[in-house]
Design a protein around this ligand. Structure first.
Ligand code: ADP
Ligand code: MG
Length: 386
């Protein structure tokens, strides 16, 4: 049995003095290409990764009880409302709340959690927690839920119980990821498709920069407004345009002076990212990892110049990674303004050499310490049959 599953069952047993009834496991995820395109009805390439969060559950009479290998306390909750003191329970409580609101026959439960997904590293431990909770509760209370519906419901849980305004990328990646594949998600239709990596042996290095720029949140909102204003400009010229997804690169060049320079640059980034995702799919089909990697560097350059969501620390990590033999590409991943980078590396690289190369040079250049997590594309969340 998987060690993490064995661990969660043991944690459940030692905490609640009985065996768990059901168990589910969900992977973390990484955004590979298609930065800030989700709210512009764009395309994203992501991957579920081989870091997992497991939950074990059992029925309870009328309270909700939680333990996690990552937190010291055992939490008992009688009312399903967002928790302040033990905020980590909100992800499972929120999923329970929205399952119930949707009419699913859920009732109180005990839950144990174990995980190898670092928290707050941009690998979406939160979505893994939600999705694993939803699957395990379905198994415990004997109902099946459509995965797309579960994704929406988990996002609602994250918005309302955890107060994080995430898109659907996280939950989709966690649910629909496939081993040895990337996942293409179309945010206009919410269709998704696995993209094969057969014969392409890569490893991801997700590197936490150790910095979060405080300007991040307000800048994120500014970017959304600028994208909307650019989309409005183009739709006034052409009513067929509903979002930046409908603006092709040719139309961008025809933009007049009425479009603010900053809005034009944001649009260039989003439209460029959508084109890069399309190009990436072709290059992966042709097994051209060098070409694919160049798109990642191009994405980062566009973040730096057009979207202005990079920062010196992320630029430094990408530059240092690019100097490593065996690196195909590197870019900031996720929102930006600090956070993490993704490097795509040949699977034959020596991991400890990469770690030393990156950490030494990064510390020298910035004075910061980075944390590196290696991962490979993995399958989506699942109920563990026992
Ligand atoms: P990310 O999703 O990038 O990892 P978030 O801040 O969205 O970062 O989610 C992290 C939060 O999810 C943690 O602060 C914690 O509340 C919850 N969480 C993640 N992993 C666990 C775990 N193993 N046990 C309990 N709670 C967890
Ligand atoms: Mg999260």
């Amino acid at each position: 049995m998987d060690k993490l599953v064995a661990d969660v069952e043991e944690l459940y047993r030692s905490s609640f003095a009985c065996a768990a009834q059901c168990c589910a496991r969900a992977p973390g995820r990484v955004e590979v290409l298609g930065n800030h395109t989700d709210y512009n009805e764009g395309l994203v390439l992501s991957a579920a990764i081989d870091r997992h969060l497991c939950v074990a559950v059992g029925r309870s009479d009328n309270t909700f009880e939680f333990v996690s290998g990552s937190f010291p306390e055992r939490v008992v909750i009688s009312e399903v409302v967002p928790q302040k003191e033990y905020a980590w329970t909100n992800y499972a409580l929120g999923v329970y709340h929205w399952l119930k609101a949707a009419g699913y026959p859920v009732a109180p439960f005990r839950m144990a959690v174990t995980s190898t997904i670092p928290q707050g590293a941009g690998l979406s431990s939160s979505a893994a927690f939600e999705v694993a909770s939803g699957l395990a509760l379905g198994d415990l209370y004997g109902f099946k839920i459509d995965k797309q519906e579960l994704a929406h419901l988990c996002r609602k849980a994250e918005h309302t119980f955890a107060g994080a305004n995430c898109g659907l990328l996280d939950q989709y990646s966690v649910l629909f990821g496939k081993q040895q594949h990337l996942l293409l998600i179309d945010f206009r239709t919410l269709d998704y498709r696995p993209i094969s990596l057969a014969g392409l042996d890569i490893v991801f290095a997700i590197t936490e920069s150790g910095v979060t720029h405080r300007l991040g949140e307000s800048a994120y909102n500014d970017r959304r407004i600028e994208c909307e204003s650019a989309a409005r400009y183009f739709s006034e010229k052409d009513p067929a345009v509903h979002s930046l997804r409908d603006v092709n690169p040719g139309k961008l060049h025809q933009a007049g002076d009425e479009l603010q320079a900053s809005a034009l640059k944001r649009a260039q980034h989003v439209i460029g990212e959508i084109e890069r995702v399309k190009a990436a799919i072709e290059l992966l089909e042709q097994k051209d990892l060098r070409g694919f990697g160049k798109l990642l560097y191009g994405s980062h350059e566009s973040s730096l110049v057009n979207f202005e969501n990079s920062c010196p620390e992320l630029d430094s990590l990408v530059r240092i990674a690019s100097q490593f033999e065996g690196a195909y590409g590197s870019r900031l991943t996720g929102g930006g303004f600090g956070g993490a980078t993704l490097s795509v590396l040949d699977c034959t690289i020596e991991k400890h050499t990469f770690v030393r190369h990156l950490t030494d040079a990064y510390a020298r250049e910035t004075g910061h310490t980075c944390a590196i997590h290696f991962a490979t594309p993995a399958g989506g969340a699942e109920i563990i049959e026992r």
